[in-house]
Design a protein around this ligand. Structure first.
Ligand SMILES: *[C@@H]1O[C@H](CO)[C@@H](O)[C@H](O)[C@H]1NC(C)=O
Ligand SMILES: *[C@@H]1O[C@H](CO)[C@@H](O)[C@H](O)[C@H]1NC(C)=O
Ligand SMILES: *[C@@H]1O[C@H](CO)[C@@H](O)[C@H](O)[C@H]1NC(C)=O
Ligand SMILES: *[C@@H]1O[C@H](CO)[C@@H](O)[C@H](O)[C@H]1NC(C)=O
Ligand SMILES: *[C@@H]1O[C@H](CO)[C@@H](O)[C@H](O)[C@H]1NC(C)=O
Ligand SMILES: *[C@@H]1O[C@H](CO)[C@@H](O)[C@H](O)[C@H]1NC(C)=O
Ligand SMILES: *[C@@H]1O[C@H](CO)[C@@H](O)[C@H](O)[C@H]1NC(C)=O
Ligand SMILES: *[C@@H]1O[C@H](CO)[C@@H](O)[C@H](O)[C@H]1NC(C)=O
Ligand SMILES: CC(=O)N[C@H]1CO[C@H](CO)[C@@H](O)[C@@H]1O
Length: 892
């Protein structure tokens, strides 16, 4: 240990106060600028060169203890605003948006060590929304012409300007969501007042020696049968000689296995001419490789690679990264649909569209909860449409086994092509030279961030429209230059494609709003004119549902707003999509709800009916796609539009902003079970679904139909053999053509030991909703005649007895055995759509929480156990309610 006095003397000698600590201190060090002072340019000196000199008094400025935040994100972080207030009712409309129509500045002062001979300092941006001027120690080092685009990451050498004390200033310009290369929300939700302007990703300071290292790239070659043959890993990084003299570089790569043991290392010696850049490449054989699988199919072993650059026996630069050994490919099949394979197995993509926070706040813990919920509802993939977030997202996905489809967003500057220009009302100008340069910088940067991650399934270089040939080449070149190995797909739609990439094999034909359950089964043979139904790859589709339950509604709606929900079915609602959007009101959804289930008589009645609608709508979507996975024209994948929202929204989610789960969650969870049995609304067939690769044994399916009084109408048992990763029709439910009123259908899948693998109850009436396919619009297929569930009102009340066993629960530990509620239906009639909710002492929802099943229907006399794996503490009671079950609360 160095003597304390000596340390302070050294610090003083360097002209730094004794307390100050340099941001970086050693070659290869990298650190984010940790916090900011920020202020509107309307209240600071106009001379930015002056403002970016050290010693400025910024006491009157705003301060935030965060390395990255948009202006609104900074104000939320430092407590000036609260999201619970901003998001309450239509409060945002009354907000002072005007303050963000002028540029703002972010500023920080930090220390650096004295640059010795052969030492260099760099400033690295990772994207600033949407453009910025950068000033360092009184000099402008970049302008907004160059430092542009929310994903435009650049590296600036600051060695000659660096001193012991440094000041850095960033002037950010107001973002125009539709006109800039930003992170926008199209019509998903109201815009943040600042349109996401600001330093939304870290700005890093980096120190190197004479040779700097570029982004690491790790390519994996794992021949089939995967895991049984050696894999080869190619590690590559660019070396740049920063000196005016020739430099001899010693480069070393080390690979470690998932438990940290050495796999191997290799050295190279490279001579670099003045200012020369060269790629340094290492190959490493991995014997008996441990294979990375998506969670549903296996484990997630992560290897690591480290590269060290040394000059004259001293570290010059260093970098390391984890990677996984796996192979992802895709083909466009004979139907022009994309089919992915993972480690040689055909892989049905089931997932959701991701909603980034409205203020672009990143929260690793929150994202981890999102992934837990995704897995719980059977998802294996998340689609980020232009919301590439932070590097931590990919680290979490790698670790937990979630696939990621990243890509650019639609409907704004990112897709300003001549062939879709007349479609927008207020179209952003078609790309000019500078736009191509911004797009290139954006792709180069994102490719570098994403390339090493085993969780990457694909990059979509377009969303609703494909990029033109010039942009496509820029994107593909940048991805390839980064060592890209997984599929690059032209767009998320079938509207056209660039020659370089060919057809996308993705369909984007809706729906985005309510459609009845038979929609997904009405596949018309080869799928012609059947839009979103269960064939091919639906890149964003769903019945639009996701109605929050009461505990959540109270957090963001007034009493009057809540009354609107059930008394004003056609009214535009602030917590739906934007007011110029097709999805601003719930009129289409409510028309179906009123016609099928009857006019609501109270908010509680509306919410009960809404959850019935949401459950039925999502279950059928996932069952449809799962059932037709092995069809003549396979359903190769689907992404739910959308799984989670940017704020408390009344639609388009699998769970609400507060993590309360309801109909759309448990409908999806049921519909995408790994081993499952599903009812085909169109043909009355029973589909046996198997998403697993290894669950073994004979299976039996019991089919029971009862009427509203509980009387058995039919009962059959189907014995069947099974195939991995396959779905098939195993029989037909008889007697459904003569239904009077409403009947309940229960499908139970059991294994040889009699263990129930899937239990699934439907409510059915005569016929199905009549779809008007010929009048399909981009957002839905209208219904000309609704089915009538009104006989449900004849259902007699049922008595359900609940008992709670909380003994196995470890509070606060996710995934541990939780509270089990045993429900027994003591009546002779079915107990319909019974749900459980954990609440705390004050009656507030305890979230997040995962129930094994919920919103269940019990046969007369039937007993069901539902277990809550509890993540949040504080649960004191369970609330129970059902369509014909009196609401009750049981203390734990
Ligand atoms: C938003 O609404 C709540 C409840 O009415 C109120 O207390 C709060 O002050 C409002 N906040 C803003 C920023 O308007
Ligand atoms: C936000 O973006 C929208 C769409 O481009 C634009 O109309 C609006 O003026 C922007 N707001 C600000 C504060 O710049
Ligand atoms: C080093 O190379 C870069 C890129 O080729 C060039 O822009 C720069 O001027 C060169 N610097 C020197 C000192 O030669
Ligand atoms: C697939 O797409 C190509 C290119 O658009 C088209 O020529 C071909 O007819 C399509 N095939 C089918 C089966 O739709
Ligand atoms: C894209 O950027 C990379 C890295 O700066 C550069 O090498 C390449 O030439 C650029 N491509 C185009 C088309 O400008
Ligand atoms: C629609 O929303 C915008 C942006 O919040 C607002 O300026 C406008 O007044 C709203 N229009 C209506 C009709 O509510
Ligand atoms: C799913 O496939 C596996 C692997 O062969 C098999 O063991 C299992 O029984 C199948 N399950 C069903 C429901 O078909
Ligand atoms: C489409 O809907 C309209 C009513 O909105 C109806 O008149 C027309 O017949 C429908 N078209 C078809 C082809 O069914
Ligand atoms: C392990 C296994 O049997 N995988 C099968 C998954 O299903 C596809 C067809 O859908 C088969 O080709 C695979 O062999």
């Amino acid at each position: 240990m160095m003597h304390k006095t000596l340390l302070s003397l050294l610090a003083l000698a360097a002209g730094v106060s004794a307390n100050a600590k340099p941001l970086v201190n050693g070659n290869g060090d990298k650190a984010a600028i940790p916090n900011w002072d920020f202020q509107s340019t309307s209240s600071v000196d106009k001379d930015l060169a002056k403002l970016s000199k050290t010693g400025l008094n910024t006491k009157s400025w705003n301060h935030v203890d965060a390395s990255a935040c948009t202006l609104m994100g900074c104000f939320l972080k430092n407590g000036k605003y609260k999201d619970s207030d901003l998001w309450f009712s239509d409060n945002l409309t009354k907000f002072n948006w005007g303050q963000f129509t002028v540029p703002w500045v972010y500023r920080n002062e930090f220390q650096l060590p004295k640059a010795g001979k052969g030492q260099h300092f760099f400033l690295e941006t990772n994207g600033i929304s949407s453009k910025a001027d950068l000033y360092f120690n009184g000099k402008q080092i970049a302008d907004a012409e160059f430092q542009a685009g929310a994903y435009g990451g650049h590296t600036y050498e600051i060695t000659d300007l660096a001193a012991a004390n440094n000041a850095f200033l960033v002037r950010v310009y107001p973002t125009q969501y539709l006109f800039d290369f930003a992170v926008g929300f199209v019509d998903w939700n109201p815009y943040s007042p600042d349109n996401g302007t600001g330093i939304w990703r870290d700005i890093n300071i980096k120190q190197t020696g004479s040779v700097a290292m570029g982004t690491l790239s790790i390519a994996v070659d794992a021949p089939f049968p995967i895991g049984q043959k050696d894999a080869t890993v190619t590690i590559r990084a660019k070396a740049t000689n920063l000196e005016k003299t020739t430099v001899k570089l010693a480069a070393k790569a080390t690979v470690s296995d998932p438990s940290g043991g050495a796999v191997g290392s290799s050295d190279q010696s490279i001579t670099l001419a003045p200012n020369e850049s060269k790629y340094v490449e290492f190959k490493q054989t991995v014997k008996n490789p441990k294979i990375w699988w998506p969670k549903e199919w296996g484990a997630q072993p992560l290897y690591s690679a480290k590269v060290d650059f040394s000059v004259n026996n001293a570290v010059s630069d260093t970098a390391s990264s984890k990677f996984g050994i796996r192979t992802v490919t895709s083909v466009v099949n004979s139907h022009n649909d994309t089919m992915f394979t993972v480690n040689g197995q055909p892989f049905q993509v089931r997932g959701g569209g991701y909603g980034a926070d409205m203020f672009l706040r990143w929260d690793s813990a929150r994202f981890t909860k999102i992934v837990q919920y995704m897995f719980d509802i059977g998802y294996n993939t998340i689609r980020l449409e232009g919301k590439m977030e932070q590097p931590e997202l990919y680290e979490i996905a790698d670790k937990l086994g979630l696939f990621v489809i990243a890509g650019w967003e639609c409907c704004d500057k990112w897709e300003a092509w001549d062939y879709n220009h007349d479609l927008a009302l207020d179209p952003p100008p078609i790309w000019d030279e500078r736009d191509y340069a911004i797009a290139n910088a954006s792709m180069v940067h994102e490719a570098g961030v994403l390339q090493t991650h085993p969780s990457m399934l694909s990059y979509f270089v377009g969303s609703d429209y494909w990029p033109n040939d010039r942009a496509t080449k820029i994107y593909v070149d940048a991805l390839k230059a980064a060592g890209w190995q997984v599929p690059i797909i032209a767009s998320a739609a079938k509207r056209g494609f660039p020659a370089l990439l060919g057809p996308s094999g993705m369909k984007m034909d809706g729906p985005y709003d309510w459609v009845p359950p038979n929609y997904w089964y009405d596949i018309n043979g080869d799928g012609t004119n059947r839009y979103g139904s269960s064939f091919g790859f639906g890149s964003e589709l769903g019945p639009g549902v996701g109605t929050p339950e009461l505990g959540s509604l109270k957090k963001f709606l007034t009493k009057a707003d809540m009354d609107d929900l059930w008394t004003n079915p056609d009214k535009g609602l602030y917590h739906m999509s934007n007011n110029d959007s097709q999805f601003y009101d719930r009129s289409g959804y409510n028309a179906a709800l009123y016609a099928r289930l009857g006019k609501p008589t109270s908010l509680d009645d509306y919410l009960m009916k809404a959850q019935l609608m949401d459950y039925e709508a999502t279950r059928s979507e996932y069952e449809g796609y799962s059932s037709f996975w092995s069809a003549a024209r396979p359903a190769t994948g689907l992404i739910y539009w959308m799984q989670n929202n940017a704020w408390p929204s009344l639609h388009w989610n699998n769970w609400d902003y507060y993590f309360r789960t309801a109909g759309s969650y448990y409908g999806t969870k049921t519909g995408s079970r790994t081993e499952h049995v599903a009812y085909d609304y169109v043909t009355h067939e029973v589909h046996l679904i198997n998403h697993s690769l290894d669950k073994k044994g004979a299976r039996s399916i019991k089919v029971d139909v009862i009427d509203l009084t509980g009387k058995s109408l039919s009962s059959q048992t189907i014995a069947t053999s099974t195939d991995p990763n396959t779905s098939k029709s195993v029989g037909k439910v008889s007697g459904l053509d003569t239904i009077k009123d409403v009947v309940f259908l229960r499908l139970t899948l059991t294994n040889q030991g009699g263990k129930t693998l899937s239990r699934n109850v439907y409510w059915l009436t005569q016929g199905v909703d009549a779809l008007d396919w010929d009048n399909t619009t981009w957002w839905w297929t209208p219904v000309t005649k609704f089915i009538d569930y009104s006989a449900l009102t004849k259902l007699q009340p049922a008595t359900v007895v609940a008992s709670i066993d909380a003994s196995g629960c470890k509070p606060g530990v996710p995934g541990t055995k939780g509270k089990t509620v045993t429900l027994v239906n003591k009546s002779t009639v079915p107990a319909f759509f019974v749900s459980l909710n954990l609440v705390d002492a004050s009656g507030a929802d305890v979230v997040p929480v995962v129930w094994t099943d919920n919103y269940v229907t019990l046969w007369p006399g039937e007993k069901i156990k539902l277990t809550a794996s509890q993540w949040a503490d504080g649960a004191k009671a369970v609330e129970i309610k059902g369509y014909n079950v009196k609401a009750a609360k049981i203390s734990i």
